[in-house]
Ligand binder design. Structure first.
Ligand code: HEC
Ligand code: HEC
Ligand code: HEC
Ligand code: HEC
Ligand code: HEC
Length: 474
């Protein structure tokens, strides 16, 4: 009885439009929030942007509603200062006014929940799709989306690597995802998007959903094509037998860093983790060796950031694989996208794509025009006779540029180093530079046979490919 009496004036005063809207907002937000709650615990991948709803939009509605209630009461009191009843109508179901109020609140809340629930369901399904991640923030994500479409992971959803399974990371990524969307909306994000991503989920939990360590193993033949810049383009090939190793053992590249019990920790002086002066290696016998770069004085990592090596330290570009101009052109030429019989085709292409273009639009206009203009001016007969070949090649040259350079996001050649290898970026040689261990007796080796057997290096027709029946290998 006490409570009812105490509440009566409150209910009376709150029966104004502003407060009622507030009450309905509060109830709607609460019910919808409860509906969404299970998605946080289901462990299902999902999308960080749902977090905007759950952790920002709905709480926002809730608190806005909560604010409207006293605001309405205050306004109502101010306006009706002299007309407030001495005794407030009682809160029981004989009171028609109170019945109407409850019915009104019930009906509007139910309607809101149905409408809001449908909208949220639609939004959630949409936001889980690749097209949302890659295209909604079109300009921002264009570099990653484009590179992704040309990668071996083009059929793997963004969320498989960026979130992975489990409730804990789902909520974490939702909160950081919410912030990302806000920074995009308010134009606060840095260009290019910095890498590495802070707080990316540990690779072993995401990558190993699909690539389990027992599977990758053994040696693998890799063929690298290179084309010359001469008047008559020549192709040379390098053939490597990569010692990928792994399995459950300690063999090869994977086994050496990822074998059972093996741990490699390292300290880096730059954010991109390209300069590594200190490495600690713990082997399967539990003994630890420390390797220091030339000139590094400390015994420990000192103030530097330390990281435990995982898949991402080598495969940092599994999906957003940008290339340097030479490598990207080699690939397009090996794929037959360009006419190799055009004189100086690679040289002209290289010069064209290495120019700076201020916008994508400018590059789309200028690159094909410049490439064609070269032949028009210097080889008018070639241009006249084989215009098709020139124009087809010009389009391929633009394609190479468009896959790797995004002027609007300030992603230029080499903005995102690839750590797999050592020819384009330091990669493996960040550590593998013969630095000795502090205890003596071992080094991080850089001998050319450590990681791959070089079966052919820059040869025009490698004998090994003929022997394997792969001479037409691209
Ligand atoms: C195969 C796993 C994988 C998939 C699939 C994937 N990413 Fe990534 N992504 C990564 C890794 C690894 C990094 C770099 C992490 C690092 O260096 O710390 C990254 C980095 C990024 C970055 C930071 C900028 C950069 O290039 O380093 C953005 C933005 C990004 N990804 C967006 C996306 C979008 C959008 C999709 C889907 C279209 C997607 N990713 C799909 C693994 C993946
Ligand atoms: C959802 C499954 C899935 C996840 C998660 C995933 N991958 Fe893959 N990965 C694939 C598929 C599918 C291929 C393509 C196999 C093919 O083309 O033969 C592939 C191919 C690869 C390759 C071989 C590329 C080549 O040149 O042939 C590497 C390396 C790789 N993934 C590394 C990673 C790393 C590192 C991660 C974690 C950041 C990761 N993957 C996460 C499914 C996945
Ligand atoms: C020390 C660097 C390094 C680390 C760490 C590493 N990899 Fe690799 N991985 C390589 C290299 C190098 C290759 C061969 C690339 C090539 O053939 O050009 C490779 C190849 C692969 C392939 C392709 C295998 C094939 O048969 O074609 C997959 C898949 C892969 N890695 C997944 C992973 C996963 C998952 C992890 C983390 C558990 C991981 N790697 C950790 C360096 C590394
Ligand atoms: C963060 C430093 C670091 C990076 C980066 C790194 N490694 Fe290593 N690697 C080591 C350490 C430490 C050892 C162990 C050296 C020892 O046994 O004393 C090692 C050992 C190896 C071994 C075994 C060598 C042997 O003779 O037993 C291979 C193979 C190897 N690494 C390949 C690679 C490849 C390929 C890459 C690049 C894709 C790479 N590593 C990148 C630190 C690194
Ligand atoms: C620490 C491991 C490691 C060592 C040591 C190493 N390589 Fe490599 N090398 C790699 C990896 C990994 C790749 C493949 C990169 C990729 O998949 O794109 C590679 C690629 C290459 C390529 C092909 C590159 C291209 O783009 O054409 C050549 C040639 C090569 N290495 C030569 C050498 C020579 C010569 C040495 C000795 C000075 C050497 N490597 C030492 C790991 C190593």
């Amino acid at each position: 009885m006490k409570l009812k009496e105490w509440l009566a004036p409150f209910v009376y005063l709150a029966s104004n439009w502003i407060s009622l809207i507030g009450v309905v907002l509060v109830t709607t937000a609460s019910v919808l929030w409860l509906f969404l709650l299970p998605t946080s615990f289901s462990g299902h991948g999902g999308d960080p942007y749902i977090g905007i709803l759950q952790f920002m939009a709905l709480p926002g509605v809730f608190f806005a509603g909560l604010g409207l209630i006293p605001a309405g009461i205050w306004l109502f009191k101010k306006r009706n200062r002299n007309m407030l009843p001495a005794v407030f109508p009682p809160l029981d179901f004989d009171n028609a006014r109170f019945r109407r109020l409850l019915a009104f609140l019930g009906a509007t809340t139910a309607a809101n929940v149905i409408i809001g629930g449908t909208l949220i369901y639609k939004a959630v399904t949409y936001m889980e799709s690749v097209s949302f991640c890659g295209q909604t923030c079109h300009v921002v994500m264009k570099p990653e989306f484009t590179a992704y479409q040309n990668s071996p992971h083009s059929r793997v959803e963004c969320v498989s690597c960026h979130i992975g399974p489990g409730a804990n990371w789902f909520v974490k990524s939702k909160i950081s995802g919410s912030w990302q969307v806000i920074s995009v909306t308010l134009n606060l994000y840095p260009r290019p998007i910095p890498t590495p991503i802070e707080n990316l989920r540990p690779a072993r939990e995401t990558c190993e959903v699909c690539h389990w360590p027992q599977k990758y193993g053994g040696d693998r033949i890799r063929v690298f094509n290179n084309f010359s810049d001469d008047e008559q383009t020549k192709r040379t090939q390098s053939v490597l037998l990569m010692h990928i190793g792994g399995g459950n053992g300690y063999e090869g590249i994977h086994g050496a860093h990822m074998g059972p019990g093996v741990q490699v920790r390292y300290a880096h002086t730059d954010k991109q983790r390209q300069k590594i002066p200190w490495v600690a290696y713990t082997g399967r016998d539990g003994r630890t060796f420390v390797f220091k770069a030339d000139g590094y004085k400390d015994d420990g990592p000192g103030q530097l950031d330390v990281r435990t090596m995982d898949c991402m330290d080598c495969h940092n570009r599994p999906s957003h694989t940008y290339e340097l101009p030479e490598r990207a052109l080699n690939r397009a030429m090996a794929d037959g996208q360009m006419d190799l019989s055009l004189p100086y085709v690679r040289k002209v292409a290289l010069e064209t794509i290495k120019q700076e273009y201020k916008t994508t639009e400018e590059s789309e206009r200028e690159i094909p025009a410049r490439f064609s203009a070269y032949y028009q001016k210097n080889y008018p007969q070639v241009y006249a006779g084989r215009r098709d070949a020139v124009e087809r090649s010009a389009r391929a040259v633009l394609g190479v540029y468009a896959k790797n350079v995004f002027p609007e996001m300030r992603v230029t050649w080499g903005a995102y180093p690839n750590n797999l290898g050592h020819t384009d970026f330091d990669g493996c040689f960040r550590c593998h530079d013969e630095r000795p261990s502090a205890q003596g007796g071992r080094t991080i080796p850089s001998d050319c046979e450590t990681c791959h057997k070089t079966l052919a290096q820059e040869e025009e027709s490698p004998k090994i490919l003929a022997e394997l029946g792969l001479e037409h290998h691209k």
